[in-house]
Structure formats: structure tokens, C-alpha cells
Write a protein that binds this ligand. Structure first.
Ligand SMILES: CC(C)(COP(=O)(O)OP(=O)(O)OC[C@H]1O[C@@H](n2cnc3c(N)ncnc32)[C@H](O)[C@@H]1OP(=O)(O)O)[C@@H](O)C(=O)NCCC(=O)NCCS
Length: 170
């Protein structure tokens, strides 16, 4: 499937806010922040996310963003060689046609000369997402027990990393 992927900017705040909140509402068990917390935030906070993170949006064409992924690099000198992939989401009706793969692929391509390592965490129960990351060469390096508490349910998260130096050598 042909997909359109682009960096979302401050001008995309309405689109980004809508799809980000939808992801949190639909999947409370896979994201570290909750819908209730983010839904009350003003647009300025979403604009700030768009300007301080690399946030990609994708879909069948430029106007219809049906998937997103975020990436951030820490500010401190000693951690600037790595970044965190977060917030990957594809709307249910757009799933299964390679959009998430295209988003992650474009993200890796965009940051591969900026950082040496991409880290992420994925719910231990989230088989589709873990398979996707493994397909790109992400490897598990730890398990955080009870990483999230959603209501009365505790959820473990697998910590994964992609070593971009290794990737470049292969
Ligand atoms: C995980 C998610 C982003 C996948 O989106 P998608 O666009 O359907 O994924 P793609 O079509 O690009 O599939 C890419 C790969 O993911 C894996 N995958 C996707 N859906 C899968 C499923 N239902 N079961 C097993 N593996 C699956 C496969 O490895 C697939 O590669 P393949 O088609 O070559 O087998 C989507 O299901 C989603 O938004 N889920 C809810 C939010 C979420 O879990 N985000 C991740 C947080 S860490």
C-alpha cells in the first residue's frame, strides 16, 4: 500500500490532538499517559509536543492522518546519543496495511544520523507492537514489572532498544 508520511508541525495541532487523544482513549493499557490527563490540556501543550519532539503522521494521503509516532531526545549531554520512540498508533480501520511499519521505518531513517540508539517500552501483552519492533531489529533488554497500573490492573512492560551502530554495520 502507498502511504504518505510527513512530520507534523504546530499547524497540525488540531489533527494531532484528535488522534493522540483517540489513541489514549482506545488503548489505556498500552500508553503511559491517560486520556483523562491529556484531554484537559490546552492546545499549547500539544503544540509544544509537536515542536520539541519529532512527530510523524501518516495515512493514505496528506490530508488524512490515520497513524502517528513520536520521538524525543533528552537534553542532557550524556544522554543525547539515544532517543525514545513513543505513542505509535494506527486507527483500527487503517491497520494491517503497513502504515505502522512505514511510520517506524521513516522515523528510523530520519534519526539514524542523529542518535546511536532508539529505546522504547511495549506492554508485555502487546504482541502486534512487539512483533513490529522485533521486525526492525529492536531487542529486549529488560522487563519492568508493574510498569503501569490501570485501574486495579498491573501491567508489565518490555524495554527494547535498536542499536543503530549495529544496523549501519550490517
Ligand atoms: C501496533 C499497531 C501500531 C500496528 O499497526 P498496523 O498499521 O496495523 O501495523 P502494520 O500493518 O504496519 O504491521 C507491521 C507489523 O506489525 C506486526 N503486526 C501488526 N498487527 C499484528 C497483529 N494483529 N498480530 C501480530 N503481529 C502484528 C507484524 O509484524 C506486521 O508485519 P507483517 O505484516 O510483515 O507481519 C496498531 O495495531 C495499533 O495502533 N495498536 C494500538 C496501539 C499500540 O499498541 N501502539 C504501540 C504502543 S508500544
Amino acid at each position: 500500500m502507498d502511504v504518505f508520511i510527513r512530520r507534523l508541525s504546530a499547524a497540525d495541532v488540531a489533527t494531532y490532538r484528535q488522534i493522540r487523544l483517540e489513541s489514549l482513549q482506545r488503548h489505556p493499557d498500552v500508553f503511559g499517559t491517560s486520556y483523562e490527563e491529556e484531554a484537559v490540556l490546552p492546545d499549547e501543550v500539544f503544540v509544544q509536543q509537536l515542536t520539541t519532539n519529532l512527530i510523524l503522521g501518516g495515512g493514505a494521503d496528506e490530508q488524512h492522518v490515520t497513524g502517528i509516532v513520536g520521538f524525543i531526545v533528552g537534553g542532557a549531554l550524556k544522554v543525547r546519543h539515544k532517543g525514545i520512540l513513543w505513542g505509535l498508533y494506527v486507527q483500527p480501520e487503517a491497520r494491517g496495511s503497513g502504515l505502522a511499519k512505514a511510520l517506524v521505518n521513516t522515523l528510523i531513517d530520519a534519526v539514524k544520523d542523529e542518535v546511536e540508539q532508539i529505546q522504547l517500552s511495549v506492554g508485555a501483552h502487546n504482541v502486534p507492537a512487539a512483533r513490529l519492533y522485533q521486525g526492525f531489529g529492536f531487542e529486549p533488554y529488560g522487563l519492568e514489572n508493574s510498569a503501569l497500573k490501570v485501574g486495579e490492573q498491573y501491567l508489565d512492560e518490555v524495554l527494547m532498544a535498536l542499536d543503530l551502530r549495529k544496523l549501519k554495520q550490517s
